[in-house]
Design a protein around this ligand. Structure first.
Ligand code: B16
Ligand code: MG
Length: 214
């Protein structure tokens, strides 16, 4: 019996991946690396430092841990600037309605985002009231595909993993949900998210009647 829903942020509620992409592309150009949208897929759901490492691997570039920290901070400065323009209209269509319908049926709802900037994004979208709890990148040691973030969200809601369903758009996130022992709805393409129990094209396509047949 599903009693709680856990939502990823980037790619499930809003396309912040676009803002991550333009900030990483700007940084990559400093290393003469042409970061493409295909490369950007590899960065979804993984931590800031891991994202930088993936980009550096593309250019066969080695940096000290100190320099990695410096460049990751530089990218984050741009990202933080870019997201200030986020407006509530950017939230994916049908998402507030889906979450509200879950709440109306007494399900508890959590946000679980690897992003350390998730609280600011949620504030800009003006949707704090939709979540019973929020877990972000500042609260965890291991990022997806490690299950830590989803297990923390479930324990904060007071449910065991088998009572939770995760909505995820990244392969690393689907793997994390499966490793946590939770049901998973993938948002995106079945080729990429094949390990999920069900894959839908857009979060707003999900119908609450599908919850207990996952
Ligand atoms: P930050 P999610 C993730 O958010 C993004 O998908 C990923 O691309 C990003 O590197 C990560 O957050 C960390 O973000 O640099 O803002 O802390 O999909 O877990 O909501
Ligand atoms: Mg995501």
């Amino acid at each position: 019996m599903i009693r709680a829903a856990i939502f990823d942020l980037d790619g499930v509620i809003i396309d912040t991946a676009h803002y991550h992409y333009i900030a990483w592309k700007r940084l990559a150009s400093e290393f003469a690396i042409n970061l493409t949208k295909e490369h950007n897929e590899l960065l979804k759901g993984v931590s800031r430092i891991r994202s930088l490492e993936i980009i550096l691997e593309l250019g066969n570039i080695q940096l000290s841990e100190e320099d990695k920290e410096l460049y990751a901070n530089k990218k984050n400065g741009w990202f933080v600037e870019y997201i200030e323009s986020i407006r509530p209209e950017e939230i994916f269509s049908g998402v507030p309605e889906l979450i509200q319908s879950m709440r109306d049926q007494s399900l508890k709802v959590a946000l679980a985002s690897s992003s350390k900037n998730a609280p600011r994004v949620i504030e800009l979208l003006k949707i704090e009231r939709l979540f019973d709890t929020m877990v972000d990148g500042t609260m965890i040691t291991h990022t997806k595909p490690d299950p830590e973030i989803f297990l923390l969200a479930a324990s904060r809601l007071g449910f065991v993993p088998s009572e939770c369903v995760v909505f995820e758009d990244a392969e690393a996130g689907v793997e994390a949900a499966v490793a946590a022992g939770m049901k998973c709805v993938g948002v995106g393409s079945p080729e990429q998210l094949g390990k999920a129990n069900q894959v839908i094209a857009r979060t707003g396509d999900f119908r609450i009647s599908q919850l207990n047949v996952l």
